[in-house]
Design a protein around this ligand. Structure first.
Ligand code: NI
Length: 141
């Protein structure tokens, strides 16, 4: 298997809090990320797909097809949005970088598999800042 990776960027705001917790409890767990009016991030997403090289095109997957999938299934929902309120499939979740990575995996896995190249999503890396990122990797199987 050969993998190919593509990096994407989007902007979004969020607030980390649980409604059923007091303000103090939220601040103890989430710190300044619990501030009531939210804050923004410039997120960076690395999408790694793997498969076999097509003998004609020399590609594992057409990178522009991958762009289209990320745009349609992910960024049209999250770019320049409030992740707590604007995204139906994130409703009820605390939009930490870990939760987002898992939810983004669920958005992208099937469309990439359905794209017809035989490639599969192998790994997602979501950078929330230059210092913190989360990773999800396809289980071996
Ligand atoms: Ni944040």
């Amino acid at each position: 298997m050969i993998t190919i990776a593509k990096t994407f960027e989007f902007c979004a705001s969020h607030r980390l809090f649980r409604e059923e917790w007091s303000e103090e409890q939220n601040h103890n767990v989430y710190g300044k990320c619990a501030n009531p009016n939210g804050h923004g991030h410039n997120y960076r997403l690395e999408v790694i797909v793997g498969g076999e090289i097509d003998s004609v095109t020399g590609m594992v997957m057409d990178a522009s097809r991958l762009d289209d999938i990320v745009q349609q299934h992910l960024f049209s929902h999250v770019d320049h949005r409030d992740l707590n309120r604007d995204v139906p499939w994130l409703r009820g979740k605390v939009p930490t970088v870990e939760v987002l990575t898992e939810a983004f995996w669920d958005r992208l896995e099937q469309p990439i598999a359905d794209a017809g190249s035989g490639a599969q999503l192998q790994k997602l890396i979501l950078h929330e800042t230059s210092k913190i990122f989360a990773t999800k990797t396809r289980p071996r199987g």
